[in-house]
Design a protein around this ligand. Structure first.
Ligand code: NAP
Ligand code: MN
Length: 284
């Protein structure tokens, strides 16, 4: 398939997952640091060790901290699973809240073989004029925008067929778990992460007698390929991957699809997605 996918290790048995080594990724605020230190001490006392090749990555902070943890350890997929402790109100990627820290520690110590759930990722390949192909994996989304404030014009193709010419601020290619983040703010649908799909959403599309776009978010299943061709000569774009920003030039094509790899979360407790949606958007 695609060049970048060759190195990906897949298919490790879920049953073989056992936690011995862990690592913490911590938001740099006093409370998160304090809670993380408590977790670290308790787990080490219980015989776990910290390692840069962990089986369990514990994100302490917000959803942004989980995004950071994912990008620090995504190369460990599928050998590492993530778990989050939220020190804000509620996190989509965090199963535990700050006041539950002792319960979380106890549960991790008691259960070295937690249930694993897998969420889809978006793979975005940025193809340059000289043939270079840069691949990024996104846990929330890949955003492409114009580098300047001027209109972003791209041709959008699906599975090798021209779909539309988009004019506006940009496009968001979101994962199901990213559907409650930026994609949600622009009117995208909420997609359950058990569905292997990506969602494309428009940012301020120009729609008039001259220019026409779909005007709605659309969802592509696994194996469908989205191609975005920048129409301006310099191929200069602004790219956002889970909140990390990159300037790119001479980009001739952005190819996105549901990644072969999936991210793994260690579910030490039952906390269904729809419950998170209800709590976050509708109140408790
Ligand atoms: P941030 O500015 O702190 O993130 C914006 C908000 O999005 C935060 O409240 C964050 O929660 C929340 N968030 C992140 N992932 C989420 C998810 N999957 N579902 C629901 N809410 C989520 O920056 P950040 O923490 O580095 O996060 C980067 C993300 O921010 C991007 O991936 C993008 O999705 C989102 N974003 C949203 C907008 C928008 O809605 N207009 C604009 C730019 C970026 P925490 O406070 O728990 O971190
Ligand atoms: Mn944040």
């Amino acid at each position: 398939m695609f060049e970048g996918l060759k190195n990906c290790v897949m298919g490790e048995q879920l049953e073989s997952f056992q936690v011995e080594h862990f690592q913490l990724v911590v938001r740099p605020d006093e409370e998160s640091r304090h809670l993380a230190e408590r977790i670290r001490r308790a787990l080490i006392e219980a015989g776990f060790t910290t390692s840069e090749t962990p089986q369990l990555v514990i994100a302490v902070g917000g959803d942004g901290t989980m995004l950071e943890a994912f990008h620090r350890f995504y190369k460990r997929i599928p050998k590492a699973a993530f778990v989050g402790l939220h020190t804000g109100t509620l996190g989509f990627y965090a199963d535990w809240k700050r006041h539950e820290v002792d319960w979380m520690i106890e549960t991790i110590i008691k259960n070295r073989t937690p249930k694993i759930v897998e969420y889809p990722l978006v793979s975005a390949i940025f193809e340059h004029q000289d043939g270079r192909r840069l691949r990024h994996l996104a846990l929330n989304e890949a955003i492409v925008k114009s580098k300047t404030l001027s209109t972003f014009v791209v041709d959008v193709w699906i599975n090798g067929e021209r779909f539309e010419t988009f004019r506006g601020d940009g496009l968001i290619v979101s994962t199901p778990s990213g559907s409650t983040a930026y994609s949600h703010s622009v009117g995208g649908s909420i997609i359950h992460p058990s569905i292997q799909a990506l969602q494309v959403s428009e940012l301020a599309a120009i729609n008039n007698v001259e220019y026409r776009t779909l005007g709605r978010s659309f969802v592509l299943p696994r194996h469908h390929v989205l191609d975005i061709y920048p129409m301006h000569a310099d191929g200069e774009i602004l790219v956002g991957i889970d909140g990390n920003v990159f300037y790119m030039k001479d980009v001739v094509r952005i190819q996105a699809h549901v990644a072969e790899e999936k991210v793994r979360f260690a579910r030490f407790r039952h906390f269904p997605f729809w419950q998170r949606v209800r709590m976050k958007f509708l109140g408790d």
